[in-house]
Design a protein. Structure first.
Length: 270
């Protein structure tokens, strides 16, 4: 009887100590959780780790309770949905006029059309590329020769949504001036609408004579599978036009006008 009595007393004492420790741990965790020890650095026995994992430890000691995780369920999504491209990617093909041995017209100061075409095209490309739903492809980014056929074939191969060929122009009459946009005269694919929107946008951004929109079949506008236009940005044979087109600030405004016209057309496509 004495042995059994001693065993029972020992068991009772062990249970009392265990509960005491449990209460101390729980109390410390609760104090940490409610910020009573805020600003005090507690490192003894890894208490900082316990603070960071407070929710897990409470569940371990007291059982299941309210979910205290910091997950925003409104922002949860399936992994398959994450990999889907929810925006339509438009492909805009910027055809840089002339290049290589094809110098084009010149200003009285010797600035060549092929160089101005490339400068304006780069500005337009940069502006359009800043849009998340547009992929821009240029026919050339160096001083290289390309035939009209090569340009059109490349745009068709790239499945472009629009084709915009950028040029300057000239005339024997030095008083000829202004900006003009052309589209293929027998097109029925929205080329006229694209030309109209770009022309209106350009003349709203820059001070050049508005020569309007004209149907005309340039070689680079033949056999295109998409709305296609050719812009003549001004007359390099006109001293005033040439001076403006050589001005970096004017070039930026002109590029913005072209870009906004293209964006307006794409927006209208839905």
């Amino acid at each position: 009887m004495a042995r059994n009595s001693k065993r029972k007393r020992h068991k009772k004492t062990k249970t009392r100590i265990s509960k005491k420790r449990l209460m101390i741990v729980a109390l410390v965790l609760l104090l940490i959780g409610f910020g009573i020890f805020k600003g005090i650095q507690v490192t003894f026995l890894g208490i900082d780790k316990l603070k960071n994992n407070f929710g897990v430890l409470v569940t371990t000691i007291f059982g299941e309770g309210d979910d205290t995780s910091q997950v925003n369920t409104d922002k949860q999504f399936d992994l398959e949905e994450e990999n889907q491209d929810v925006k339509k990617k438009y492909v805009v093909y910027i055809d840089v006029g002339d290049g290589g041995s094809e110098v084009g017209y010149k200003t009285k100061d010797g600035v060549t059309e092929k160089d101005l075409n490339l400068t304006i095209s780069k500005l337009v490309s940069t502006r359009l590329s800043s849009q998340g739903d547009i992929n821009v492809i240029v026919s050339r980014n160096t001083d290289s020769n390309l035939s009209s056929k090569e340009r059109v074939e490349d745009a068709n191969y790239q499945n472009a949504d629009v084709f915009v060929s950028i040029h300057m122009t000239g005339n024997e009459n030095p008083t000829a001036e202004g900006i003009q946009t052309f589209y293929r005269e027998d097109s029925n694919n929205g080329s006229d609408e694209l030309a109209t929107l770009v022309q209106k946008s350009m003349v709203a951004y820059v001070d050049l004579k508005d020569r309007g929109v004209t149907p005309f079949t340039f070689d680079v506008l033949k056999d295109n599978n998409m709305p296609a236009i050719l812009i003549q940005c001004g007359f390099l044979t006109n001293p005033e036009d040439g001076k403006k087109l050589s001005n970096p600030d004017f070039q930026k405004d002109l590029a913005e006008g072209i870009s906004q016209g293209i964006l307006s057309f794409l927006d209208a496509q839905g």
